[in-house]
Design a protein around this ligand. Structure first.
Ligand code: ATP
Ligand code: MG
Length: 463
């Protein structure tokens, strides 16, 4: 999940009292400081922000600041920090929808808490909205759920190329829905009534591959006691789906290329070729270009199947679709299991949303099924999710649960990390390679952690 973006307005800029400390502490937040209302309005028009902090340095100026910002964004959660606070101004601000009004002297202590509270309330509202929409009008396209811009792009390509019978290469990480794309293409083509034949290229033993693909004549080899049709012929008139095409051995790649070019097959042991009318859809989660460069995949075959390519976005890039999918999978699982469960809790959804989903939709489906099976309540909650997923989300969750368990844990982890890194780098005089070896951390991980905590190796070098 992206970090919250906070816009600060303060005539004193970054040196304004509470912010220097805040910037240091909330390092991962995307914080921007503008010196005037006009500059802030400009920034608001150009970018999406999650929250605004308006600092009124002159007595009575808060009202005008709020007014200016509201013109540009009527919904933005706001905190006002007033150098000349008054009860009247506090009332005026709160009536204009300002979330919190602070005396500048208290801001250093209280601003962070106010931000966390307002951001978490806003996130919760967004989450509720996503789940509500998921129930009201789940958008679906040929078995796909999801209405993110990335997925709408995929639907649009499918619509455009489905009918044409052109061969298609589908790429994407594991579990992103590559087979679903192949089936949708088939369904929307004039071949829909003919067979859809999926072939897992990684699962057929090399020795059997040729006869599996192309069939064989009686007596073609020992054990071939009857004539047999191959998968390519079997798909005649329909669609042949070559899943994990990157696993195909080179020898078979050459034969497949011939089939694609000539649309003819020769059974093992046969004298004549038979013509076939197949549409080929290939899928892979591997990087075929790199395989071509390494000589593991034929360049000519790659070009042949690469005419139209549909690249599926990983789940983590599909935004609110995660909520839609989770809600759908939960309800379906509940129905199958005969449990009176509907959807999942807002907190559980927020955990799911901040996880990175290496196994994509399939992994989400499994996690949600498990949660439905485990839960004792009407909506699966955070406790019904696997520990590693909750732990991975913990670093971001403080925004979601204020001062609950996860927030407190994340706070301690953050403090520990900073303390540990500072000590480690001091002992190694800023030598990151030596420090990484000592801490038994990959160097990249150490660099990332240092960046998170704004630590620079050079600062630790002996002068
Ligand atoms: N957008 C979606 N909406 C609903 N279900 C989906 C969606 N995408 C994938 N699924 C479901 O997720 C599971 C995995 O999809 P699929 O088998 O098509 O993925 P894949 O990319 O072929 O994965 P792999 O590379 O592991 O073979 C299937 O059960 C599929 O129905
Ligand atoms: Mg698959």
């Amino acid at each position: 999940m992206r970090q919250p973006r906070i816009l600060v307005v303060d005539a004193r800029g970054a040196t304004g009292l509470p912010y220097a400390a805040l910037v240091a502490r909330l390092q991962p937040m995307d914080l921007r400081i503008e010196r005037s209302a006009a500059a802030a309005v400009d920034a608001l028009r150009r970018n999406g922000w999650d929250l605004g902090v308006l600092t009124a340095r002159e007595a009575g100026s808060a009202a005008a600041l709020v007014e200016a910002v509201r013109q540009a964004d009527a919904e933005l959660p706001l905190v006002v920090v007033d150098a000349h606070p008054s009860v009247a101004m506090a009332r005026h601000c709160l009536q204009s929808g300002v979330g919190d009004y602070l005396d500048v002297d208290d801001a250093e202590k209280e601003l962070e808490g106010a931000l966390v509270r307002l951001l978490s309330a806003a996130r919760r509202r967004d989450a509720e909205e996503v789940l509500r929409r998921a129930v009201e009008r789940p958008y679906s396209f040929e078995g796909f759920l999801g209405e993110s811009p990335a997925m709408r792009g995929v639907y649009s390509i499918i619509e455009r190329v489905a009918a044409s019978s052109v061969d298609v290469l589908v790429t994407g990480e594991t579990g992103t829905g590559k087979e679903l794309v192949a089936r949708a293409l088939h369904q929307r083509s004039r071949r829909a009534a003919a067979p859809f034949v999926p072939v897992d290229c990684g699962a057929i033993p090399d020795a059997l591959m040729e006869s599996e693909f192309f069939g064989h004549e009686k007596g073609a080899f020992t054990g071939a006691d009857a004539r047999r049709m191959g998968l390519v012929e079997f798909a005649d008139g329909g669609t042949l789906f070559l899943d994990e095409i990157g696993e195909l051995p080179l020898a078979l790649q050459a034969k497949l290329l011939r089939v694609l070019q000539e649309r003819r097959v020769r059974r093992v042991g046969a004298r004549h070729e038979t013509s076939v009318d197949v549409r080929v859809i290939a899928a892979t989660s591997r990087n075929l270009e790199a395989m071509v460069d390494r000589g593991e995949f034929r360049r000519d075959l790659f070009y042949r199947i690469h005419v139209v390519r549909i690249d599926l976005p990983p789940l983590r890039e599909r935004g609110d679709d995660i909520g839609l999918l989770a809600e759908f999978f939960a309800n379906r699982a509940a129905q199958e299991m005969g449990k009176t469960v509907s959807g999942l809790s807002i907190d559980a959804y927020q955990v799911l949303k901040s996880y990175h989903w290496p196994g994509n939709v399939r992994e989400l489906q499994n996690v949600v099924r498990r949660a439905v099976a485990m839960t004792r309540s009407a909506k699966p909650d955070v406790e019904d999710l696997p520990d590693d997923i909750v732990a991975a989300a913990g670093r971001i969750l403080p925004m979601a649960d204020g001062d609950g368990f996860f927030a407190r844990r994340a706070e301690h982890v953050t403090k520990f990390e900073k303390h540990y890194l500072t000590d480690l780098l001091t002992r190694h005089h800023g030598d990151v390679t030596a420090a990484a070896r000592d801490a038994k951390l990959p160097r990249g991980t150490l660099y990332r952690l240092m960046k998170t905590h704004a630590l620079d190796g050079a600062a630790f070098r002996a002068k």
